[in-house]
Ligand binder design. Structure first.
Ligand code: PMT
Length: 406
């Protein structure tokens, strides 16, 4: 059976000659068992007829934000909630620009603002338009908002040129969708992940921070999504795009991170604390920029809340995974944190020059009560996946024990 069976896909078709491929795509998606609702933009309708898309999808095509018959019942909001995924194929340069600006002046752009489903775009345009700085800017903005780009691919273009800008083949898009909806060992589970550094303000322009780039935590969030979980990422300030299909909440300080985590923790099954949270913050934040004065200056610090320990000591805590960043005696210190904070598992890494922080690769010692496993140095994406496969195994084991004990 296809992973798309019963999935509800909202297919946006915008103005590009590649719109003919969307007809083939609709056919493939229907054959895979998906329900497909086509939303055609005005530009899209210049390239392909409603009748074709309606016949292939088995549903009336929607194109008008001002259709009184459906909009009396807030049809666009209903559609936005209906979709498991919004796919715009082809996505023209104009459409990307409208999405990047957050515009809502037609049905498709309005739906993209209103939906909480993942939004994926398959761009199609002339190669010079794809390479234009404005399109690059729009892409960066959209990726930061969590929009995923599939393609474009390279080859001969309708305009006679050759280069990057072709919409991916419908078969390729179908394959990506199959992977997107593939059930994994974390299917149906909700994960909350913290990532990145925190910044503790000293005055309006200065802060105490650390070297965390967010790479490890973002890789954990991405891998959890790929393994089937619904993922929320609470992130300190980093310059990484939101991983596909992940809900991201940005924070600055440890106390903001604590607030956002605690507000969501009851709805989550697994908590992974990858963030490098500042243990201390300045006792007071100077209201104005501190002026240079005396030869010496002392800054009084106070303890920050320990978010991980707080979560683990809740009356009904989620499966709780901590990280331990150590510069020596890795296993001893990590086991101590595992015990003291009463965690289900801890992922320990050695940190220092060229290790842990900021690097693209990392190694982890995974420990739990009565066991452990070493994961050798590889790229953080792969490491995160291995870590989460172990987390999934131990989570299900714990649930089994709970059920037997009940
Ligand atoms: O972001 P990168 O550049 O990719 O680097 C990755 C990393 C080195 C930051 C990551 O692998 C890592 O080790 N994260 C944890 C860093 C850390 O704060 O370790 P710790 O040993 O000080 O804290 C132990 C645990 O308690 C951590 O899960 C931490 O998130 C949590 N904690 C700590 C202090 C605090 N006030 N609240 C917390 O929740």
């Amino acid at each position: 059976m296809s992973n798309l069976d019963g999935k509800r896909l909202l297919l946006g078709v915008s103005g590009s000659v590649a719109a003919y491929k969307s007809a083939i795509l609709v056919r493939l998606l229907r054959q895979a068992g998906a329900e497909v609702q086509v939303v055609l933009t005005e530009g899209g309708s210049r390239f392909i007829g409603e009748a074709t898309l309606q016949a292939l999808s088995g549903r009336p095509v929607r194109s008008d934000l001002w259709d009184a018959a459906v909009e009396a019942a807030m049809g666009h909001i209903e559609l936005a909630r209906w979709a498991d995924l919004v796919l715009i194929a082809p996505a023209s340069a104009n459409l990307l620009s409208a999405l990047a600006q957050g515009r809502a002046d037609d049905l498709l752009t309005t739906l993209c603002l209103a939906t909480r489903a993942p939004v994926v775009v398959a761009p199609a345009m002339n190669r010079a338009m794809w390479e234009h700085p404005a399109t690059r800017r729009n892409r960066a903005l959209l990726e930061a908002d969590g929009v995923t780009f599939w393609g474009p691919s390279t080859g001969p273009q309708a305009c006679g040129e050759e280069g990057v800008g072709r919409m991916e083949a419908p078969e390729q898009i179908l394959e990506r969708l199959e992977r997107h909806f593939a059930p994994g060992p974390l299917a149906g589970l909700r994960l909350l992940v913290t990532a990145g550094p925190t910044r503790e303000a000293v005055d309006p322009v200065r802060f105490i921070g650390n070297r965390s780039s967010g790479r490890m935590g973002y890789a954990v969030a991405r891998a959890a999504r790929e393994l089937g979980a619904k993922v929320t990422l609470v992130s300190g300030p980093v310059s990484l795009p939101t991983p596909e299909g992940v809900e991201r909440v940005m924070v600055e300080s440890a106390r903001q991170m604590e607030g956002e985590v605690l507000a969501r923790i009851e709805q989550c099954d697994i908590f992974v604390a990858t963030a490098a949270v500042a243990d201390y913050r300045p006792r007071e934040i100077a209201p104005q920029k501190i002026k240079k004065g005396e030869e010496r200056m002392e800054l009084a610090l106070v303890r920050n809340p320990d978010i991980l320990a707080e979560v683990a000591s809740l009356p009904d805590p989620p499966f709780t995974v901590g990280f331990a960043a150590e510069s020596e005696a890795l296993e001893d210190h990590a086991r101590q944190k595992l015990r003291n904070k009463r965690l289900d598992m801890i992922a320990a890494n050695l940190v220092g020059p060229g290790r842990g922080f900021e690097e693209e690769e990392n190694s982890l010692k995974i420990l739990w009560n009565g066991g452990g496993v070493d994961l050798p140095r590889v790229r953080k994406e792969l490491l995160a996946r291995r870590l989460l496969e172990i987390v999934a195994e131990r989570y299900h084991e714990k649930q089994k024990h709970k059920a037997q004990g009940a």
